[in-house]
Design a protein around this ligand. Structure first.
Ligand SMILES: C[S@@+](CC[C@H](N)C(=O)[O-])C[C@H]1O[C@@H](n2cnc3c(N)ncnc32)[C@H](O)[C@@H]1O
Length: 239
């Protein structure tokens, strides 16, 4: 099963991906949330809670900058699923809805969100995933009970949670597998241009799909390679 992962800026590397070659774009781009952060929360009685994202979220991410390349690389039968923060949902809709037959979204309910110790406002217990496709897209409809656009799972914990370096937005493989099962068949190509520590690749590997991943940060990329157990030859193949 070929796996191609690249430590590079996806804005450049995506240009090497052949036209109409991807069955599923499943990705988790930057959120542009850092400007809203009030910094880490400090407590006298417990370790501080990380309220910051990371340097990579300080760069502006604009969905419209990705529209043309996403449309170019994905097959007519393909699907696109992108994790999305609340502040960008309107931009995703404004840009992508006119370009696809269908624009919908899923909600991931996190069953173990960080507690609100100060009891001000709601817990941050959900994430949005926008999804787009055209008529005749691939769609493996499971049982009615499995096809809700609402899915529940804890955030990554225990042995699944990567350390050294940890990634603040590592996604649970279970959620990614659920989407991959619905939107692809074995041997299809899954593409993640913002792969972080490679969670989409791990899910694709478990389900016997092909995977192409890009990550700009060398530390995250190294972890992704390890998680995917790639040899140098596999991981350095040119696109
Ligand atoms: C939200 S995180 C993805 C986390 C991933 N879902 C996981 O489970 O590890 C977004 C990632 O995109 C990377 N990134 C940001 N800009 C990028 C770019 N232009 N090209 C490639 N990767 C980029 C960041 O370094 C970060 O790891």
């Amino acid at each position: 099963m070929p796996f191609y992962v690249h430590c590079a800026d996806a804005r450049e590397k995506i240009k090497n991906i052949p036209t109409a070659s991807v069955d599923l774009i499943l990705t988790d781009p930057p959120y542009n949330l850092s400007s809203y952060s009030t910094g880490n929360m400090k407590f006298s009685w417990r370790k501080e809670i990380n309220n910051d994202l990371a340097d990579w979220d300080n760069t502006d991410f604009h969905p419209y900058e990705w529209l043309e390349e996403f449309k170019r690389v994905f097959k007519p039968t393909g699907n696109i699923f992108c994790f999305c923060s609340y502040n960008l949902i309107g931009k995703w809709h404004e840009t992508f809805d006119p370009e696809f037959d269908t624009f919908q979204f899923m909600v991931w309910h996190k069953t173990n969100p960080v507690p609100k110790f100060r009891k001000a406002g709601f817990l941050n217990s959900y994430e949005l995933i926008v999804c787009m496709w055209n008529k005749k897209h691939k769609w493996n409809f499971g049982k009615q009970s499995e096809m809700h656009n609402f899915i529940e799972s804890p955030i990554c914990m225990g042995t699944e949670r990567v350390k050294h370096p940890s990634h603040p937005t590592q996604k649970p493989v279970r959620i990614l597998q659920h989407i991959i099962r619905i939107a692809t068949d074995p041997d299809d190509v899954v593409f993640d241009p913002f792969m972080g520590v490679g969670s989409t690749g791990v899910a694709a590997l478990k389900l016997e799909r092909n995977f192409v991943g890009i990550e700009v940060d060398t530390a995250y990329f190294t972890i992704a390679e390890k998680r995917l157990n790639l040899t140098n030859n596999q991981s350095r193949l040119p696109l």
